[in-house]
Design a protein around this ligand. Structure first.
Ligand code: BG6
Length: 487
């Protein structure tokens, strides 16, 4: 279990109002995450009030929470820890209204003798968010609170601007935490450490040395119970405007003046301002065969379950360097990688047939799994006579450091940061509105969806998009796994 350095937790006990408490995200991530934060001692005191459309009572909610922990917690659930956690849970059905909600919050606060703070976690679809914000306002529980909002933040520029404006009528910007869980992933933060804590790579981190960049997040997952949400959203809004562009910003931004929230947001937002509008000609939309017959999906649905695109950051550092992004459901493999291809040497003195360049350019690759990995692949000499070249690699795996037990899952890290009032890994209204702005051409004139077979790498045209380059995935050589533990 993680060792907890002093001062990492919030100062005051936290009253969490978990809206959408019986939903998919809550069961998979939020309840297990809160359980871990509470039992590992990160939160000095915490009471959780579940809120959802389900007409259940506190015991009903406890049963749902227990089932969720058994199914989704990545760590063992000890009975004594569960008993303490269960005792801290309460529930209010949405229909009970603001007065009952306020009473439940006040009751939770009375469990602590000193000051407390409130965290409202909105794990609800975008259409429901504002109604919940009004409920919190009517209940009079905005004071001393922070609000964590789930993406997508709007579905286009107009709705994002209006959502932010209405949100600001109730909450001030410093109370708002727009969560993008990819930024909470340990390896995403490691991109900043890797770039700015070392002298080795930053000098070559630009158009003079980098040929192109790929951010590739194929998923084997289908939609589970989420068809209703997904059908109205699609892969571009679900994954690109949020996670992939945010990761791109960490990869591409200038060094911030300090590691404080404002300077980091400033540099990320500059990347977004330099992005050129996404041209529909550089976008491939796909839909897996069988999607239209899933429950809750329109039989003539044009929603994309796959998207790949080329985008550009037209600034001093990146002009002319293509960034290729890809993500989709029901694909061949589940991976989350950033792969940086370096320029090839200007001239080769190696004999014909030596193999130089035959396996693509040299690459630096980050794997964004919780157990992060990194690899630098390069050409080296194959032992023996003559000069035959092979692609070799230097690899780092967090698993080999013995520190893997200290990793906080993305949601855990971000919930803890929000409780501490730390905005560093959260997105801003300005950044999000700019991303919707660059999205206008593709949202207004989306290219037609092309079908792809489940278990594939997407529609065929995805190869033309990157030509003359090639997608890095599937890897020609698997990650080395000396312990054979897999991941
Ligand atoms: C979510 C998307 O935000 O991220 C899902 O809504 C997606 O569609 C998920 O599956 C991927 O997250 P992770 O952490 O499993 O890579």
């Amino acid at each position: 279990m993680a060792k907890i350095p002093p001062g990492v937790g919030p100062k005051y006990p936290q009253i969490v109002v978990l809206v959408g408490a019986t939903g998919d995200l809550s069961k998979r991530k939020l309840l297990p995450g809160l359980f871990h934060l509470a039992t590992a001692g990160f939160i000095p005191g915490c009471r959780i009030i579940g809120l959802s459309l389900d007409n259940i009572d506190a015991d009903g909610f406890r049963a749902i929470a227990r089932e969720a922990l058994d199914e989704f917690s990545s760590r063992p659930v000890h009975e004594a820890d569960w008993a303490a956690f269960a005792e801290a849970l309460d529930y209010v059905p949405m229909a009970a209204g603001p007065k009952v909600l306020r009473a439940a919050v006040e009751k939770a606060e009375r469990a602590f003798s000193g000051e407390t703070r409130r965290v409202h976690y909105l794990s609800v679809p975008p259409v429901a968010a504002l109604a919940v914000v009004r409920l919190l306002a009517d209940a009079g529980i905005v004071e001393r609170s922070r609000i964590i909002m789930e993406k997508p933040f709007g579905t286009d520029l107009a709705s994002a601007v209006s959502l932010n404006a209405q949100l600001h009528e109730v909450f001030s910007e410093d109370q708002i935490f727009r969560i993008d869980h990819f930024l909470g992933k340990e390896p995403a933060q490691n991109i900043l450490a890797f770039r700015f804590a070392n002298g080795l790579f930053e000098p070559i981190w630009n158009r003079n040395f980098i040929d192109h960049v790929q951010i590739d997040v194929p998923e084997t997952l289908g939609l589970g119970q989420r068809a209703g949400f997904y059908e109205a959203i699609g892969a571009y809004r679900d994954m690109v405007v949020t996670h992939l562009f945010q990761i791109l910003a960490f990869m591409a931004m200038e060094s911030p003046t300090s590691l404080e929230p404002k300077p980091i947001s400033e540099e990320k937002n500059k990347v977004f301002r330099s992005m050129t509008p996404i041209d529909p000609k550089n976008v491939v939309r796909g839909q897996y065969i069988g999607y239209r017959s899933e429950e809750g999906v329109d039989p003539e649905s044009e929603t994309e379950t796959f998207i790949a695109l080329k985008c550009a950051i037209d600034n001093w550092r990146w002009a002319g360097v293509p960034f290729f992004l890809r993500t989709g459901k029901r694909m061949a493999e589940g991976q989350r990688i950033i792969s940086i291809a370096f320029r090839e040497p200007p001239k080769s003195m190696f004999p014909a047939g030596s193999g130089v360049g035959a396996q693509g350019p040299d690459h630096l690759t980050f794997d964004l799994a919780d157990a992060s990995k990194m690899s630098l692949s390069f050409y080296g000499k194959r032992p023996g006579p003559g000069m035959r070249l092979d692609k070799l690699s230097l690899q780092f795996a967090m698993r080999d450091t013995g520190l893997i037990g200290d990793v906080l899952e993305a949601y855990e890290r971000l919930i803890l940061d929000a409780m501490r009032g730390d905005h560093t890994l959260f997105t801003t209204a300005e950044g999000i509105e700019r991303l919707w702005e660059v999205s206008i051409p593709v949202l207004e004139a989306p290219p037609p969806v092309r079908l792809y077979a489940p278990g594939s790498w997407g529609p065929k045209s995805v190869h033309q998009l990157v030509a003359p380059h090639a997608w890095r995935l599937p890897f020609e050589r698997a990650w080395r796994d000396p312990n054979g533990t897999g991941e």
